[in-house]
Design a binder for this molecule. Sequence first.
Ligand code: KDG
Length: 307
Amino acid sequence: MIAFVPDRPGALAGVGGFRRGIGGAESNVACTLARAGHRVRWISRVGADGFGDHLLAEIAASGVDVSAVPRDPHRPTGVYFRTAGERATTLAGGPGHAEVVYYRAGSAASALAPGLVRRRDAWSGRILHLTGITSALSATCLALLHRLTDRQAGRPLVSFDVNHRPALRQDPEALLGLARGCDLVFVGEDEAAALWGLAGPDAVRAALPEPAAVVVKQGAAGATVFGGGERVAVPAPAVEVVAHVGAGDAFAAGYLSAALRGLPLALRLRHGHLLAAAALTVPGDLAVPPSRAHADALAALDDAAWG
Ligand code: KDG
C-alpha cells in the first residue's frame, strides 16, 4: 500500500498535509530482509496507476524482486492514512490515539485469488512469509492463502505473522486455522489474548501445537519462542519508542534473517529485537536495519548489556 503519514503528531481531523511513504506488512518484511542482505521476492498486485509505479519502484529500490507483481488495469493501488505514531496528541494538546484509515476495499491487492499467483513463484524460496492481513482482505485472498499453505510436495517453510488489525475485523477462527497450517508463527501476546482469549506464551503454544516453531512477542518484555522441544525467552532492548508501526514486521524480518543463516533460537529472537528497535525509533513504517556485522555484534552482547 501507499502510506500517507503526517509530518507532525496530531489527530487525523486536524492534519493539513501528509508525506507519502509505503506500507504493508509483507512488503515491509521483504524490504527489511533485502536490506539485511537476503534474496527476496514480493508477490502482490498493484494498480496500473502512479501509486503502483511508486510502490514498485520503492520496493525494488530496497533490493526486492518485484517481477511477480502484475498490474491490475481495473483496480487501484491500496492506500492508507495514519497518525504519526502513538505520541500523537489531540488538537487540544492532550494525549491522542493512533488512527488508521484504509482505502483498500476493491483495491488490486484485495482481488488477489488462487488463480492469480503461481505456486512455483510463491514456493520458489526457502521461506514463504504470509500474514493475517492479506487473508482478511477478501474471500479470494483467504482462498489464496489456503492454497499456498497446502501441505504438498515442494512447499517451503511457511511463516505466518498473525498481525491482528482490529480495523479489518479479522475472523479469529480463520486466523487460527491458517496459523495451524504453517511451520513458523509470529503472534503478539496481546493479539492472542484479543483474538483467542489466550493468556501468555504457554497457552499460545498449547493452542498452536502443530507449527514447528511459535514465537510469542511480549512487547517491551521481549519474546518467547517454542521450537525443537525448547522454550527460549529473550528480553527486548530498552528503546525510546517513536512509533510502533512496522516494528512487528521488522521483528519478523530479523528472526527470519537469523533463521535463514541457521542461527540458534536465542539469536533469532535477538536479531528480531534489534530490527524491531530500528523500526520503533523512527516515525515511518520502515527503518534501515543495522549492517549484518553491526547486528551480529549487538546480538552477541550478554543480557546485562540490553537493559
Ligand atoms: O505492520 C505495519 C502495517 O500495519 C502497515 O505497514 C500497514 O499492512 C498494513 C496494515 O494493513 O495495517
